[in-house]
Design a protein around this ligand. Structure first.
Ligand code: ATP
Length: 297
């Protein structure tokens, strides 16, 4: 048994070392943020607006040319405004966020920031303007301090702690035996879904972006964490142009406009009250969630 387990143990160790090396390399080349197949066009210029508007104009897109996912999607987020997107799983909500961050280019139509086609912007300035709070945050095998400072690597210790405070994770970090030096990631402390999302919010606060994309976690948080994250979100979205991809309708009630997606199309749009009055898709989703919430007590 020993003879067999020693090589396996070594292999496991090597695997972890290689994986760490890969993570470091990706970090070095910024691969975690950038895909290589989208290139700056020769005439690309920087985006300078601090509070830009966002506009999708008749956007068509498919990951595979044989399967169109988005069909003529049109909407606008005014400078500093909030648009929330709801719809069934697979309706195309997260795809909107991926296109805005330009992980992929559209097949038809255009995405404009402050009136400029994002294909004419340098990727560095585009991505410097947008912060994403994703559903599931990737943590590096490093300290929690490093993980938060990733939002703006030149930030000072005070700035990192201020961001953590605003994201309501500072007290938790201080309560850990190693504080901000606590190792997280695969080899370290496993953070809960809510804690990871707070790390992402702290990163976004440090980055201080003009545009914020919040992809709400699908995994159920307990209702207390959910309310807390919602409050933190409201705090950072103030004054920023925000796209919220919502899985729970309670998150979207305060949005300026709600888009309801179905099969890659926007089938309804309006405020929460407008949409309830219309008694369509949104009203049905709302009634369903209310009943579920009542059943859950
Ligand atoms: P959810 O609420 O479950 O997160 P969603 O509304 O955000 O769903 P998207 O992630 O935008 O949905 O996916 C829309 C469609 O695109 C789905 O049918 C999905 O299978 C497909 N899709 C998503 N990502 C890819 C990909 N990388 N390659 C191919 N197809 C993809």
């Amino acid at each position: 048994l020993l003879q067999l387990s020693a090589p396996l143990f070594l292999l496991g160790m090597m695997y972890r070392e290689v994986k760490q090396a890969l993570t470091n390399m990706e970090r070095l080349f910024g691969l975690l943020d950038e895909r290589q197949d989208v290139q700056d066009s020769p005439d690309a210029g920087p985006l300078v607006a601090t509070r830009p508007s966002v506009r999708f104009e008749a956007v068509r897109f498919g990951y595979d040319p044989r399967r169109q996912i988005l069909h003529d999607v049109d909407f606008e987020i005014p400078a500093g405004g909030t648009v929330a997107v709801v719809g069934h799983s697979g309706s195309g909500k997260s795809t909107l966020a991926r296109l805005l961050y330009r992980f992929y280019d559209v097949d038809g139509g255009a995405i404009l920031i402050d009136g400029r086609d994002i294909r004419r912007l340098t990727q560095a300035s585009l991505r410097g303007t947008i912060a994403i709070v994703p559903q599931d945050t990737v943590l590096f095998n490093d300290s929690i301090f490093y993980n938060i400072r990733y939002g703006r690597p030149e930030a000072s210790r005070e700035e990192v702690e201020a961001a953590a405070r605003a994201a309501h994770i500072h007290a938790f970090i201080r309560s850990l035996p190693d504080g901000y030096d606590t190792q997280v990631g695969e080899r370290g402390l496993k953070l809960s879904g809510g804690e990871k999302q707070r790390v992402a919010i702290a990163r976004a606060i440090l980055k201080n972006p003009g545009i914020l994309i919040f992809d709400e976690a699908t995994s159920a948080l307990d209702s207390q964490s959910e309310r807390a994250i919602q409050a933190e979100l409201e705090h950072i979205q103030r004054g920023r142009t925000t796209l919220v991809i919502a899985h729970r309708l309670s998150t979207v009630m305060n949005a300026d406009q709600i888009l309801v997606m179905d099969g890659g199309r926007i089938v309804e749009r309006g405020s929460h009250d407008d949409l309830l009055a219309r008694d369509g898709h949104y009203a049905r989703m709302w009634q369903l969630q209310q009943r579920e919430a009542e059943r859950a007590g």
